[in-house]
Design a protein around this ligand. Structure first.
Ligand code: FMN
Length: 191
């Protein structure tokens, strides 16, 4: 049994988007398979922008503290977000800056940095308008690689798996069903 934390990074929680359907699909399949699955909706956290190093070193907002506890308790973390202007939405980045603080996610000392989230794995699920192949091979999945390398692996989280779901705006095709089924399979396997 794995403890799974799903971080829903879609900035709009006033209505159901495909990202929410993916989260539901993953969580339901995971729980049916006997895993524990909790969801944090970054959009409902009241995310504030971090503005200085001084702020980073102090004043942890309550939602960030709660998210840190949820991450500390999780074996596996699933991030879900739509690609906006080639990267994750600013709201999710702001959430990460607040939550993945020095001292919690990593620490630094005379011998460089020390990752503090070892023993956890992650999956990043990204939806987009363009074909997945264009994001991976023309844009080289730059923002996803940056998230994986500069944030998740930097903090010791590995392996980091990807689900790159392209052309999601075409609601008339079977594509969305296929993506939901693939996500359910990953949820059941907690990977
Ligand atoms: C502000 C904004 C920026 C977007 N930028 C991109 C982009 O850079 N590349 C892309 O392929 N799709 C882009 N899209 C399309 C979204 O990725 C797509 O609508 C989203 O993945 C659909 O997921 P949802 O139904 O959960 O919102 C953008 C959409 C919006 C609203």
């Amino acid at each position: 049994m794995k403890r799974i934390l799903i971080v829903q990074g879609h900035p709009d929680s006033s209505q159901q988007h495909f990202c929410h359907a993916l989260a539901q699909s993953y969580a339901e399949a995971a729980m049916q398979a006997g895993h524990q699955a909790d969801v944090i909706n970054a959009a409902d956290s009241g995310v504030t922008f971090l503005r200085s190093r001084a702020e980073w070193d102090s004043s942890l907002p309550a939602y960030a503290g709660e998210a840190q506890q949820a991450i500390a308790a999780a074996d596996h973390i699933v991030f879900i977000y739509p690609l906006w202007l080639g990267s994750m939405p600013a709201l999710l980045k702001a959430w990460l800056e607040q939550v993945f603080r020095e001292g919690f996610a990593f620490s630094t000392g005379k011998r460089g940095w020390h990752p503090r989230l070892k023993g956890k794995s992650a999956r990043v699920i990204v939806t987009m308008g363009m074909p997945a192949v264009a994001y991976k091979w023309f844009f080289l999945a730059h923002s996803l690689r940056s998230f994986e390398r500069n944030i998740l692996k930097f903090c010791g989280i590995r392996p980091v798996r990807w689900s790159v779901f392209g052309m999601v705006e075409d609601t008339n095709s079977n594509r969305r069903r296929k993506y939901l089924a693939e996500t359910a399979r990953n949820g059941a396997a907690a990977c």
